[in-house]
Design a binder for this molecule. Structure first.
Ligand code: FPP
Ligand code: MG
Length: 330
């Protein structure tokens, strides 16, 4: 996984340190919690969020390596905890092809293990106050994550949501944390206020583009590469952008609306056959192309912000990340 970053030895080494820091937290916990969380902090994720913290910190005048590594570890721990909880909410049995904690130990233990990791992350922020990133900024991103997930869950199986509802949800569940990662690195290393602001904007647009792409892959990704089934969002009653656009197009075309009818009739119990049918309608109705255009719009916005970043080398690295991630299998 750190191989993803092999072009930048310093970054790869720093990410290995972040992983060690998280490992230490888990190693110092009670035996049965250690057993639950060990594979979670070592589960082969790309470490994208800490990489954003580390790269953004290169815009600063004061490296503050220790504090940067610490905030990078905190934000990755919050991310891992959110995925543990997300897999419970989605009843997902695998993630990146590996059994989820929910699948292994059930919802009760998984939710508590996620809470434990979260509490450790929060206790680490306490001493970070005077180093650029305020606890309130982390708390704000965290509460936005929860708000968006709650909003999504409260409206589960309501497939007929507006584009703006979707945009608000993904801003909270993904872009807020990306924005915080980019801002935190720059702020901790004393980058100028303007650079901090730019990095916040960049992280937000990057997160939006990334999540729309993730939602597209849920329709057209390769199941083996993704490590999960396609059509999973539909089966979980979660409408995303390809579906929103497809329903819009179907309405525009006239009164015959087989996709809307399928979702209305079978909404909360889509079996595999229904799901495959709905996925194919979404593709035929051009949902993927239009969602891709939105992902590209955010991507271009992020790249435009990078043009104003002071350090051309950092800007080039962040740009290269896009290319890698947009072609990503998972
Ligand atoms: C993955 O989205 C999920 C998130 C990005 C956020 C999940 C947040 C919570 C469950 C709120 C609780 C937060 C904490 C910190 C405990 P997805 O389901 O679209 O993506 P996936 O395909 O990777 O599952
Ligand atoms: Mg999920």
């Amino acid at each position: 996984m750190e191989g993803f970053w092999k072009d930048d030895i310093e970054l790869a080494n720093d990410l290995a340190t972040v992983r060690e820091r998280m490992q230490e937290v888990v190693d110092n916990s009670h035996g049965f919690i250690r057993k639950l969380l060990q594979t979670q902090v070592n589960s082969g994720g790309k470490m994208l969020r800490p990489a954003l913290v580390l790269l953004s910190s290169r815009l600063g005048t004061n490296p503050r390596k220790e504090q940067v590594l610490k905030i990078a570890s905190i934000l990755e721990m919050i991310h891992i905890a959110s995925l543990i909880h997300d897999d419970i909410l989605d009843m997902a049995l695998t993630r990146r092809g590996v059994a989820t904690l929910y699948a292994k130990v059930g919802a009760k233990q998984a939710v508590l293990a996620g809470d434990y990791l979260l509490s450790k992350a929060i206790s680490m922020i306490g001493s970070n106050e005077d180093n650029g990133v305020k606890a309130s900024a982390v708390a704000n991103a965290f509460s936005r994550l929860c708000e968006s997930e709650l909003d999504q869950d409260a409206a589960q199986n309501d497939f007929f949501i507006s584009k703006s509802t979707y945009i608000r949800r993904i801003a909270g569940k993904t872009a807020a944390l990306f924005a915080l990662c980019c801002y935190s690195g720059a702020a901790t290393a004393d980058a100028s206020e303007h650079q901090q602001y730019l990095m916040h904007r960049f992280g937000y647009a990057f997160g939006m583009s990334f999540q729309v792409q993730d939602d597209i892959l849920d329709y057209v990704g390769n199941e083996q590469d993704l490590g999960k089934q396609t059509g999973r969002d539909l089966q979980c009653g979660i409408p995303t952008l390809p579906l929103i656009f497809a329903l819009e197009e179907e309405r525009r075309r006239g009164p015959k609306r087989p996709l809307a009818a399928l979702l209305t009739d079978r909404g909360s119990h889509l079996n595999n056959k229904d799901t495959a049918k709905a996925v194919s309608y979404v593709i035929q109705l051009g949902g993927i192309e239009r969602a891709t255009a939105v992902s590209d719009m955010y991507r271009n916005r992020a790249l435009r912000d990078l043009q104003s970043v002071d350090n051309a080398e950092v800007a080039a690295k962040l740009k290269a990340l896009f290319v890698k991630l947009i072609n990503r299998p998972s």
